[in-house]
Design a protein around this ligand. Structure first.
Ligand SMILES: NC(=O)c1ccc[n+]([C@@H]2O[C@H](COP(=O)([O-])OP(=O)(O)OC[C@H]3O[C@@H](n4cnc5c(N)ncnc54)[C@H](OP(=O)(O)O)[C@@H]3O)[C@@H](O)[C@H]2O)c1
Length: 161
């Protein structure tokens, strides 16, 4: 049986996920959530995301999407399409988590079984990477938890099809 496919993302109310090659916010509770959910699992991500988070290899199996021959650590798998990455992931650890960026989410939205969405209650200006509109694909709320820190208010949502 194919493994479950999860999408995991934090996005603002106007669906921004990135700005200038990084996250538009620093939310320690969300970083911890992301780390804990994906620990011991297989993560699939684009080349820029991997460049931002190379330490993910310590506790996870990693498949990086890239057409370019960027040097990658020996334990990291490379694929040139999301379909190939998911096929590779079937033989790796745990469930499959699609971790961005924009194109991975756009192509993966229709393939995912569960969406772990941290909705950051802000309108972010100057964003350059976006999450697609998920509402039609993931109409079912499985769980919800509201939280906040000194700078941001956000909701952890788990959504199903
Ligand atoms: N808020 C969040 O939860 C979250 C999550 C992830 C990322 N982000 C943010 O998003 C930004 C990075 O994302 P990004 O969209 O710019 O870059 P990215 O997806 O990490 O990397 C883009 C590169 O990955 C390869 N690639 C991506 N999708 C592919 C596909 N489907 N098939 C084949 N190759 C593929 C291509 O590499 P080649 O050119 O080498 O072929 C492409 O140039 C950063 O700002 C980051 O902080 C935010």
């Amino acid at each position: 049986m194919p493994k479950p496919i999860h999408l995991i993302v934090a996005c603002s109310e106007n669906r921004v996920i990135g700005r200038n090659g990084g996250l538009p916010w620093s939310i320690p509770e969300d970083s911890r959530f992301f780390q804990e959910k994906t620990r011991g699992q297989t993560v699939i991500m684009g080349a820029r995301c991997f460049a931002e988070w190379p330490s993910c290899v310590r506790d996870r199996d990693v498949v990086v999407l890239s057409h370019e021959p960027h040097p990658l650590p020996a334990t990291v798998h490379r694929a040139t399409s999301l379909t190939a990455a998911i096929a590779l992931g079937q033989a790796l650890r745990g469930d499959i988590y699609l971790c961005g960026g924009q194109r991975v989410y756009e192509e993966g939205l229709g393939l995912g079984d569960v969406l772990h969405l941290t909705l950051v209650h802000a309108q972010i200006q100057g964003g350059d990477t976006f999450f697609p509109d998920w509402r039609a694909q993931f109409p079912r709320e499985l769980s919800r938890r509201e939280s906040q820190d000194a700078n941001w208010r956000y909701t952890f949502l788990s959504l199903g099809k």
